[in-house]
Design a protein around this ligand. Structure first.
Ligand code: TGC
Length: 424
C-alpha cells in the first residue's frame, strides 16, 4: 500500500502518519539530517536490534560509527562537536529511537548529559581533554546523579565529597541506574560537598573511570532497555585533585545537574515520537496485510479508529516537539536571527515547557506502542515486531529524566507558583 502523502503528490519524510503537513515545518537541510540518521539506523540497528534486545547486548562497536555520523554532542559548539541546531538534534533523536530507545539513550547520556555537563560547567582543560574524543566516539561518558535512595529527589543524595588535608577531594557513595557506567571512560559525579571553602553544596566532578575507588556493576536482568547498559557505581575513597571539580558558577548546587537534565529531557521529547511512529507503522502495515473474517483488518472501523487516534497523537507530539525545538534554538541564538526567522522570543525556554513535552510525548508514545502491540494480536509479543519492545523501553523513558509526577508538579509549580514536591 502506498503511503498517503501529506499534500497531494508530495511524500512526507515522516511517512503515512503525517496528516498535518509536518513535512512543511522542516528545511531541506533538517530533513537531510533525519534521513541520514534513518539510513544509519536501517543499516546498523534494524537488522540486529531484535537479537541485541533478546541477548541484552549493547553494541560498543557502534559508538565510533555514531561519532562519524555526527550525533554525539550533536548540538554543542566547538571542541570538535558538530554544532547542529536543537531541531536537527531532535530529528536525529527521533530517528534513533525509531530504531530503539536504548541506542537513543546512549546518544543522550553521551551528548546531553556527560558532554553537556563538561561543555556547560567544565574548565577549559576539561573541555579540551574530553569533548573532542567524546564527539568522535573515542571516549564514552556517563552521568551519576541518581542514587539507590535518591531518585526523584536528588537533593537527598548521600554521596559526599570531602577535602582532606592535602587539598584533594575524597568521594564516597553509590549511584544507581547510570547508563554506560561500566564501559565509560569518564563519569560526571554529583556529590554533596557541604560548605568546604567556596564549594557550596552539590557539585559535579569529572572522574576518569580508571581512578582507584571507582567501580560499576551492570544491573540485570531487565525487562526494558535491554539493548542498553545501566549500572550501579560504587565510589570508595576515590581521590581527585581540586581541578576535577566542574568550576563554573552554573554548576553550583542542584541547578548544575538540572541544567543538563533539561538537555536530556529535550531529546526525549523528540525521541519518543520515533518509537511511536515506528509502532504506528508496524500496526498500519500489519492491519493492511492481516486478513480476518475474510478481509484485511484495516477495513474494520474499529481498526481505523485506533489508527486515527494513534496518528492524531503522533502529529500532536511532533508539533509540540517542533515548537519546543524552535524555542530552544531561538533561546540559544542571542544574535536575534532565530527570533526574526521564527517569531519566537529569545531566551524563553522554561523548565515547565520542557516538562510539558517530556510528560505528554512520552505518555502518548507509550499508549501508542501498547495499542500497536495489541493490534498485532498474538504476533505482537514476538520480537520479530517492534511495538512491544518499544513499549517496554518506554516504561524506562517514562521514568528516567523525571517521572510523570515530577513533570506534572513542575508544570503545577509554574501555574500556581507553589512547589508541591515536598510533604507539608
Ligand atoms: P528546586 O528547589 O526546585 O531546585 C533546586 C535548584 O535547581 C534549580 N532548578 C533548575 N535549574 C535548571 N533547570 C531546571 N529544570 C531546574 N529545576 C530546578 C532551581 O532554580 C534551584 O536553583 P537555586 O539556585 O535556587 O538553588 O529543587 P527540589 O529539590 O525542590 O526538586 C525539584 C524537582 C523534583 C523538580 C527536582 O528534584 C527534579 O527534577 N527531580 C527529578 C530528578 C530526575 O530527573 N532524575 C533523573 C536523573 S538522570 C540519571 O541520573 C540517570 S538516567 C540517565 C542515564 O541513563 O544514565
Amino acid at each position: 500500500m502506498p503511503n498517503n502523502p501529506s499534500t497531494p503528490g508530495q511524500e512526507s519524510f515522516l511517512g503515512a502518519v503525517d496528516i498535518t503537513q509536518l513535512d512543511s515545518l522542516f528545511s531541506a537541510e533538517e530533513k537531510d539530517v533525519a534521513l541520514r540518521v534513518r539510513g544509519f539506523v536501517d543499516e546498523h540497528i534494524r537488522p540486529n536490534i531484535s537479537e541485541w534486545f533478546d541477548k541484552a547486548h549493547f553494541p560498543l562497536e557502534i559508538i565510533p560509527e555514531m561519532g562519524k555520523l555526527g550525533v554525539l554532542g550533536m548540538h554543542l559548539d566547538g571542541y570538535g562537536c558538530p554544532g547542529r541546531s536543537a531541531v536537527e538534534y531532535g530529528l536525529a533523536a527521533q530517528e534513533l529511537e525509531a530504531g530503539d530507545s536504548g541506542l537513543r539513550t546512549f546518544v543522550s547520556v553521551q551528548g546531553s548529559l556527560a558532554m553537556s555537563a563538561i561543555h556547560k560547567h567544565g574548565s577549559e582543560e576539561h573541555k579540551q581533554e574530553w569533548l573532542p574524543k567524546m564527539a568522535k566516539g573515542e571516549a564514552v561518558g556517563c552521568f551519576g546523579l541518581t542514587e539507590p535512595d535518591a531518585g526523584s529527589d536528588p537533593a537527598s543524595m548521600t554521596t559526599v565529597a570531602k577535602k582532606d588535608a592535602s587539598g584533594d577531594w575524597i568521594l564516597n557513595g553509590t549511584k544507581r541506574w547510570i547508563g554506560l557506567a561500566s564501559v565509560a571512560d569518564v563519569a560526571i559525579i554529583w556529590a554533596q560537598t557541604g560548605e568546604h571553602g567556596d564549594a557550596r553544596g552539590v557539585r559535579g566532578f569529572v572522574v576518569p573511570t580508571d581512578t582507584q575507588g571507582y567501580s560499576a556493576q551492570v544491573i540485570e536482568p531487565k525487562m526494558s532497555m535491554r539493548a542498553s547498559i545501566q549500572c550501579e557505581i560504587h565510589l570508595n575513597d576515590l581521590r581527585l585533585p581540586e581541578s576535577a571539580m566542574l568550576p563554573a558558577e552554573t554548576a553550583v548546587g542542584l541547578g548544575g545537574p538540572f541544567r543538563c537534565l533539561n538537555e536530556a529531557r529535550y531529546g526525549i521529547i523528540w525521541g519518543v515520537m520515533g518509537a511511536a511512529r515506528d509502532s504506528f507503522n508496524a500496526a498500519l502495515e500489519y492491519s493492511q496485510q492481516r486478513k480476518q473474517f475474510g478481509t484485511p483488518l484495516s477495513n474494520f472501523q474499529i481498526t481505523q479508529t485506533k489508527l486515527a487516534d494513534m496518528a492524531v497523537g503522533i502529529n500532536r507530539g511532533y508539533l509540540l516537539a517542533h515548537q519546543i525545538g524552535r524555542l530552544k534554538d531561538s533561546a540559544k541564538d542571542s544574535s536575534g536571527a532565530a527570533e526574526q526567522a521564527t517569531g519566537l522570543p529569545h531566551g524563553s525556554l522554561l523548565p515547565a515547557t520542557i516538562s510539558t513535552g517530556k510528560l505528554d510525548n512520552t505518555r502518548v508514545a507509550l499508549t501508542i506502542a501498547r495499542e500497536a502491540r495489541a493490534m498485532l494480536g498474538g504476533n505482537g509479543i514476538s520480537l520479530e515486531h517492534s511495538p512491544l519492545r518499544h513499549a517496554n523501553n518506554l516504561e524506562s523513558v517514562r521514568t528516567y529524566e523525571g517521572t510523570d509526577e515530577v513533570h506534572q508538579l513542575t508544570i503545577g509549580r509554574h501555574l500556581t507558583g507553589v512547589g508541591a514536591f515536598h510533604a507539608r
